[in-house]
Design a protein around this ligand. Sequence first.
Ligand code: F6P
Length: 762
Amino acid sequence: MRLLSVRLIISLILGITLISLGFSYYKVVQDKRALRSDLERNAETLGESVAGNVEKSWESGPRGLQRIVQPFGNREHMLGVAVYDPQGKVLAITSELGKVLTSTPREVTQAMAEGHEKSSYFRLGDEPVHIFALPLSRQDQLVGGLAVVHDVGYIHAQSLRAWRQTFLAVLAQVFLIVLITLVIVRLSIAGPIARAAQWMRALRLGRISSRQQIPDLDLFRPLAREVVTMAESLSQARIAAENEARLRDASESRWTADRLAVQVQTRLDGGLLFVVSNREPYTHWRNGKSIEVVVPPSGLVTALEPVLDACDGTWIAHGNGDADAEVVDAHDRLRVPPQDPRYTLRRVWLSKEEEEGYYYGFANEGLWPLCHIAHTRPIFRSQDWEQYQEVNSKFTAALLQEIENVPKPVVLVQDYHFALLPRMIKKLRPDARVAIFWHIPWPNPEAFGICPWQRELVKGLLGADLIGFHIQSHCNNFLQTVDRVVESRVDWEHFSVTRQNHRTIVRPFPISVSLTDDESAESDNSPVNYLDRSALLHGLGGEATFMGVGVDRVDYTKGILERFLAIERFLEKYPQYQNKFTFVQIGAPSRTHIKRYHDLLAEVEAEAERINWRFQSGKWKPILFLKRQHTHEEIERYYRAADLCLVTSLHDGMNLVAKEFLAARSDERGVLILSQFTGAARELRDALLVNPYDIDQTADAIRAALEMEPEEKQMRVHRMRRTIKEHNIYRWAGNLVTELCELRLDVADQKQEKSRGSVATA
Ligand code: F6P
């Protein structure tokens, strides 16, 4: 830049000087010429007038003539006047001229000889002079000659002065022009270029992101657009390269949305992904004239949304929002998420009877308590079973429609609502790869055996190529059930079942949340929790020094009543925490159409009230029960503000609340108290594990959590977050899809066998 400035300055100086000098030279020459012609004109006028006088007074002789010419010796710029006779002898001459003009000027002689005026410049000694000579005559007779001589030194002096002034003007001009040019260059060129360079440098060093606004580049605005685009491409390439390097470093153990997308696309090999679940990821509800979008409180939705986000595909689900039908197209489809559409949601409509029998009845009054064994008696009604079969057929029909022209579709069926679906699909589309993931526990064969339709359910499930559970013990329970219930070959070594030439493999896939190895989250150590806590509790009309949180659908499997009893016991046993510890229970009402759930909601409320009545004083209350569905953002604020999170499920397939709480704690604070009867307890060994039926143990765990040293809390959260990052939802989906896509399909096997047979016969 400096070199550029020096060059620019030199060129400017030279250029401007040369041009200015050229113009000045021209002007000085012009001025000089004008002065000379003025002088010549004056000399001529003067000469003619003096000549007239001299001619008239010729008779007066040299004395008289001297008197006539003498006054002209004092005129400005005038050297003098001289009168000569025809032989060139001086008759009269002004005194000053007489001193320097010693001989008759050639011009006078010529003028007399030629009979007309002569004018010329010459040097008289050192002085430049102008002479105007003319013949003098009387009655047409030449009588002599006249010379009018001017000193032209003043013209030289004036030219010199003009040169000097021009030189100074040029100097000032050069200085000003260079200065102005440099200022313009600095402001409009060098400044923006320097700002752009600074921005690009910060980008290169990773201090800012390419999304950060580029500074105003003034004249270079069109260039700025190109620079931004290029910076974005570079930064994306760098992120990809960093991710790749990190993945390599972590021995391929880190999973991200990007990696999942690539993995799934590779595995699908041109095929498409289809998910079937009862619960839809987005529901639309009428609110006066407008329509509201609500994300239902479901672990399944939390887990599957990032998968669909990453891979596109189609999610088929029951449309249960009262405005759901208003927002779909003619094929009952819409693109979601509403604010950033990335995949297709296909809605299936159910009648009241179907919903009643299939969802509330068979799935949630039968299978749910059957699989959870949480002391609520399963109810099996034959009409519910009818509806369950009907609805499974209905969803099969919807799926078959969606995959009609799709070669090699990959189908992920979700949960206990669709045990019959895998078999129904495979019957009509044996080329489809079908997996079912069972999100709830699978009990031992004795417990499962009380279901009157256990055989049909197991056969339905065995239609799948792959069956997934959260943990190994659920896989074992399932294989034992298969062993008892249907004719088949169970291979315990490979965890597979072969029935009627169809092989199903059974594997654990611990579901998770979308936490990744994101450095920016890692470095977020701000103590937001303490500030947020008082704001949150204050907003709820309470106050406390310590805060615990629980987040659940209000479901009898979640152990909410046991949790409240543990809080009561804790305050009883450790009264120093009265007035200091408040527990916020977020409880989303769920399946309230079922009496057991409806009653439970009332019981939970009554229990919170009873305990509050017993302990509350002033503004302080031990339990704040927030009976409504909260958004993810709202829940996250509670997670981040809490000293501890209580998960006390009596039995749970996985429990994602435990993992969501840890995912929210990028500050590495807070303690997780976790029921040993959750699938999550197998992975999160640094939680305080409790038996939720043991009220005293849970009460003691609350105290231990509140009194735990900050270093220990940090170490535990850090380790558990690392586990979740390594086993996040992307790994869950990636492994599930990979396992499913790597299986040898029976159809392919059969075709191969057939072709082998035909080759043999040939
Ligand atoms: O735990 C099983 C499950 O299906 C979850 O996947 C989901 O979070 C929960 O039940 C929701 O239940 P529902 O869809 O009946 O409200």
